[in-house]
Structures are given as C-alpha cells and as structure tokens.
Ligand binder design. Sequence first.
Ligand code: ADP
Length: 405
Amino acid sequence: MKILVLNSGSSSLKFQLFTLPGLAVAASGLVEEIGEARGAAHLDFMDGNGNEKTLKYSRQVLDHRQAIRLMGEMLQESGCFSDISELAAIGHRVVHGGEKFSEPVKIDEAVIDAIERLAPLAPLHNPANLTGIRVAMEHAPDIPQVAVFDTAFHQTMPEHAYLYALPYECYSRNHVRRYGFHGTSHSYVARRAADHLGRPIDELNIITLHLGNGASAAAISGGKCIDTSMGMTPLEGLIMGTRSGDFDPAILFYLSREAGMDIDALDRMVNRQSGLKGICGENDMRAITKSAQEGDARARLALDMFCYRLKKYIGAYVAALGSIDCVVFTGGIGENAALVRQKACEGLEAIGIRVDGEKNNTHRKDILEIHARGSACAILVVPTDEELEIARQTMRVCGMRREYS
Ligand code: ADP
C-alpha cells in the first residue's frame, strides 16, 4: 500500500509517493506551468533494480484535472504504481488553516467549506490547494484524504504573541492576527533535533530557522510553538528572497502619497521586488554568497542584512523562551549556506550559542552538529522533509500507527 502527498500551487502540482509501512519514497515529481501554452513535468523514481531514473514530459497541461491525470500516467509508466486501489490515503498540503485547524484533519465537505472560507487569508494558496483536493477526491472518492496545514503548528502561540497592537476589533471582526507558516517544517525539524539529542522534546527550548526562498523562525518550548516570525501573511519577519520581512508599514502610506504607487504596485514591491533581490538584484543565496566573496558590495550588504535580521530574531527568541537548548538551521539556505549560519550566530557566544567553524563547513545529507565543544546550546543542521511529515500526519489521522523515527 502507498501514501500519496500532493502540494497544489496555483500553476504547479508537486507530488510524492511513499511506500508503507516504512514510508520509503517510491517516486517524486512536479507538473509545472499548468495553464500555460507549454507545461513541463518530471518524475524521479527508483526502478526495479534500485537505479535512479527520471521521466520528463513537455506538453500543455490546461488545469489541475489534467495535471493529476498526467501524474497518474507518469506514475504508471514508471512502474511504481499500477492502480488507485494501491493508495491507503492521500495527504494534501494546505497553506492556511486559520484558527479553525490546529491539527491535520480528514477531509469531508465541511472541511472543504472551511478551507474555502479561509481563502481571503491566503488568496494565492488556499484556492489552489482546494482545486487539488477536489480533483483528487473526484479521482479517488473512496480513498481517505487528509489536509495538513502550514499554520496549524503555530496555533499554540499565546495571545500576547499572536495579537497585533491594532484596535482589538481588527482581530475579533476581521481575523487580523499572526498565524505563522512553514509549521510542518518547524515541527518536523524540532522533533528530529530532540530525537538526535536523545532528549524528550517537552524538556527542550528550541529555535528553528527555516531559511528557503521564504524564511521564518519559530520559538518552540516543550514541543509547542510560542512565537514565530511570519505573521498574518508570509511577509513579516526575516528578510527573504523577494519579500521584505519586517519594515515600518507607514512606508506604504508615504510611497502612496509621495510616489503615487497604488496598492497593487506596493503589494508587488514588498512581496516580489524586495528582500535579497531588492537589495542586490539577486535572490539566489548561492549567487549572493559567491558575489559577496568576490567583493560585490551590494551582495555583501544583502548578506549582512539577511544575517543581522536572523541574529536579532535568535536573540529575541532566546528572550521569549528564557533559555535555549538548541538552534536548528533548515531549508535550502539553512542546510547549505555555511557562511549564513556562521554570520547569524556571530556575537551570540555570550548567550551560549557558539559555532565550530570547521564543523560548520562540513556537509552531510543527514543531521549535522555545528556547535563548538563546550557550547551550552546545541546547533544543528537538520534537513527538512515536509512531504514525509505530511505522509506521517496522514497516517496518524487515518489511524495507521507508526512510531516517528
Ligand atoms: P523554497 O522556499 O522555494 O522551498 P529552498 O528551501 O529550496 O526554497 O531554498 C532555496 C534557497 O536555498 C535559494 O536561495 C538557494 O540559493 C539556497 N541554496 C540552495 N543550495 C545552496 C547552497 N549550496 N549554498 C547557498 N545557498 C543555497
């Protein structure tokens, strides 16, 4: 039996097929540019002899219905999957669960309605996630389907952390509050870090730093999130690839009055033209660290700003937690950019966060310890795996028990 995990974006469908009971990855793939004149799709899988293989397709994919059909075709061609009856369950990533969902849930009509009602909070994501859910339910009406929410893990934040100091009616009437995102990743790497340290998670204070194109930090006490850097939307907090992170919101009024920018232009600016890209014209951290090391002043500035913001959040979260046992780096940047890890922790020795330069420059596929001997706080690089976590949560919700490893 198998579990299929679907992550439906507005013009893409990412999927992964896991084999039970061990949740080994049988295949993973992506259908891109859905709705465009020329779509592209690929599937990575292991053939019967244990060799890694890739299938590539280039054809127009009009909508998610066709994307799911193409996914089925590719999976069948790979030999990893023959029939829908092989599926024990399907897990869906859903970006926004609002205050309604603090846990993954089995999907029924009421859950679909609730996800739909939450669409104004995530207008780019929830409708796309829902399209994937609806099409999957049409194709596999008898297979249990589970929604796993990016926001759910952060629902344990206390009021004083999730409220904005705006008129209280903004919250009570309009649901304006901090929700946080990347929850599946934060919860997964925190638990793996605790397992690695051989200590119960309920005894630990952990800061997790998910640094990819989007970036967020979470303060986790006893396994529960007490604060996170993303807010009502993924714009708040750390500096990101193209998003600004924290800035004075009055800048928007100023630019509207002084530069005549309308709401759409301002939205585009802060979400797509800011962050690393806004400072140095580039949002790929590999290119930025290379240019910075070659002496490019803007690239160096972007890197300095990114790491300084990170350091401020680490400091703030040590204060929020009261003490710190472990800092975890994850995401494409967190897992790979040793220079970012080093610069973000520089100067934090006084609060017990001390990186070992040599260990930090090592690369491992699995968990890497990068703290110096005698550091009061463990510093770990933990590769994230949101799809695996969604598969595990799907098993749990469907009553298929498997101990977390
Ligand atoms: P997403 O948020 O889209 O899932 P990822 O988690 O894949 O993104 O992270 C993408 C970021 O990781 C990019 O900025 C990329 O440059 C960075 N990255 C990936 N590999 C490296 C590397 N070896 N060194 C520095 N940065 C890297």
